[in-house]
Ligand binder design. Structure first.
Ligand SMILES: [Zn+2]
Length: 407
């Protein structure tokens, strides 16, 4: 018998600290938008897209990322951005997710030639999230304290590369005129432009952009190369997370912490793999990894774990029971449970928690810690004292739900 019922998992308060806006659209919405904006897709039915693009398993990361060209095309439209942001918040609220940190790369949606500036992209997303938040927090059960308030913070992603397929109409055109080896200069300049704009828009427009991130192909684009971008965020009271250890090993996580001041790590999947350490100067890889694990655990640098997504992009993991989260749990690291991409991975926060709790031995006290990290280690956009009170309120609700379900 399952230790935790599906009903309990659905009802318990949850957060999602790692979810991409452009990977989390509702399929019917994407189809509607593709028809409206004349976006060419291989199918215009839900079944067709599930068979051809947004599958349940993928053979590699490239195949996993393929669908983003359609979602990003749909999001090069301000009305669409606002709608997708609104719907994403609603989908989360409907499964008792009380905090989300949706992330996106504004560079993929902007197109200066059509007047789609970075500022307009952020404003459109903000409008959608804010509307969903206000509607939820005005509900009688929230007003009377039966359910906690819903909050969100936006994470702005820098891209490690823009790819040759035109994922960014704005930046990809620079690629056509240069050698591939110079791409890193373009992506670094684009990332610096993004972080400066994100800080300015946060301060001038009061839009809750709480953190930056670095996303995209990890191989060939180590995060240390983006030190200047992260230093700018660091000096401007902006939080920092980095996709690291998704395709590379422990050194990538080491760089994220030492060069990019990472407060959290996206995935961190290969942290424990000795054979992923490539630096020849590290002769004792076992010690290097165990020192790093202790350092990350002791600092409570939180790992944003995305189970389904890891299984899909790294098919060699095979069975979920082989997933490295077992080492993270055993080492008592601070982990949170995240979706990565609700559409592309065909998942929900409840489903991800179900996978964790039904495949690994997680006692109630440990589960409560994991849920609490999702709120305490969030980049909540208000004052610390507000965040603290709200996180406490959420955890009281957790106890109420557990009691109701007899857990
Ligand atoms: Zn991600």
């Amino acid at each position: 018998m399952k230790k935790y019922s599906d009903a309990f998992i659905h009802d318990m308060p949850k957060s999602d600290l790692h979810l991409h806006l452009d990977g989390s659209l509702r399929i019917p919405t994407l189809i509607e938008m593709a028809k409206k904006n004349n976006i060419k897709m291989p199918s215009y039915t839900e079944e067709g897209l599930r068979e051809l693009v947004f599958k349940s398993s993928y053979s590699n990361l490239g195949e996993y990322l393929h669908g983003f060209q359609y979602t990003c095309a749909a999001l090069r439209d301000l009305e669409n951005i606002e709608r997708v942001a609104y719907e994403l918040a609603i989908d989360n609220q409907n499964e008792n997710v009380y905090y989300i940190e949706p992330r996106f790369a504004p560079q993929l949606m902007m197109d200066i030639e059509t007047g789609l500036t970075m500022e307009k992209v952020f404003e459109a997303a903000y409008k959608g999230f804010e509307r969903a938040k206000k509607e939820f927090n005005n509900r009688p059960e929230v007003k009377n304290g039966t359910r906690p308030e819903f909050h969100y913070g936006i994470i702005s992603c820098a891209m490690r590369n823009f790819g040759p397929k035109g994922y960014s109409p704005y930046y990809s055109r620079f690629y056509k005129t240069m050698e591939y080896s110079k791409h890193i200069e373009v992506v670094k300049a684009a990332a610096l432009q993004m972080v400066k704009a994100a800080v300015r828009i946060r301060d001038e427009k009061d839009i809750p952009i709480v953190s930056i991130d670095l996303a995209g192909q990890e191989a060939g684009y180590p995060c240390g190369k983006f030190h200047d971008v992260y230093a700018y965020a660091h000096k401007n009271f902006m939080h920092k997370t980095v996709h690291a250890g998704e395709a590379y090993g422990a050194e990538s996580i080491f760089q994220a912490i030492t060069e990019c001041y990472a407060d959290r790590i996206g995935h961190g999947y290969y942290l424990f793999d000795e054979d992923k350490v490539v630096d020849v100067k590290i002769d004792d890889t076992k010690k290097y990894i165990s020192d790093l694990v202790s350092f990350v655990a002791d600092k409570r640098t939180t790992i944003e774990v995305c189970l389904t997504s890891n299984l899909q992009t790294n098919p060699e993991i095979g069975d979920i029971k082989n997933h490295n989260v077992k080492h993270m749990l055993a080492n008592r690291m601070s982990v949170t449970v995240c979706t990565d991409n609700r559409l592309v991975s065909d998942t929900t926060v409840s489903r991800e928690f179900g996978l964790l709790l039904n495949n690994f031995d997680v006692q109630m006290k440990h589960l409560k810690d994991i849920v609490a990290y999702g709120f305490k280690k969030s980049f909540y956009p208000g004052a610390y004292i507000e965040k603290r009170n709200w996180a406490k309120r959420v955890m009281m609700h957790f106890d109420e739900v557990a009691k109701k379900h007899g857990v």
